[in-house]
Design a protein around this ligand. Sequence first.
Ligand code: ZN
Length: 250
Amino acid sequence: MDPRDLLTDLSRRLGAPAMDAALLGEGNTSVRDGDTMLVKASGAVLGDAEPGDFVRVDLAEALALISDDAAGDAEVAAVFDAVAAREGRRPSVEALLHVVLYEGTDARVIAHSHPTDVNALLCSQHSELLVAGGLFPDQLVVLGAHPLLVPYVDPGLKLARAVRDLLRAHIDRHGEAPGVVYLQNHGMFAIGSNPSQVLGMTAMAQKCARAIIGAQAVGGVRFMPEDEATRIVTRPDEQYRRALLAEGAR
Ligand SMILES: [Zn+2]
């Protein structure tokens, strides 16, 4: 499928009211296309997305900006203005986060959203419960065993640099990239290889958040034993299911 059509369809599904994941201009989506990514333009509404709502960003150019310690808001504005001059619109302010996630993982598609129940936890005193262990087997199959939680950081260049550092430390520690990145007081990123997968991850994260909130209401979360959680992500039949999700089959 043409990347713009793929992204338009993904965005409309992510922004559909039933997903409860993005209102108005909230959230953004991207797809990797060679050395570039197509990402939502600033101000576009996911649920009403059209193929013209996405702009092409050169990944190496954006990474050079993120790596340049001397770069600040003015340099970001210059790069985004250059994209606008080429593409007609500026990229989302969160485009730099997509860039660092493409650099640090083998993602082909990324969906960023602010699901209400996920944000209930991310805005609470207990956001760490989202990454503290396995709740039930399907969570582990769909989201992986090691999601990443990022403290609140000012969106834009500063947040992109923070996520880049935390992502590298996470990969060193766990030997693999996270499937989901949670941002405190903000929202989540689902990192995957196709639209169905990242939509399913977003819905599963929402379900996990509801389960945690419900469990807290009846005495507190009890996580699966760690060896049982590890067993789920390593047993061959569940690895087969994970592979199907990554291929876009259900
Ligand atoms: Zn956001």
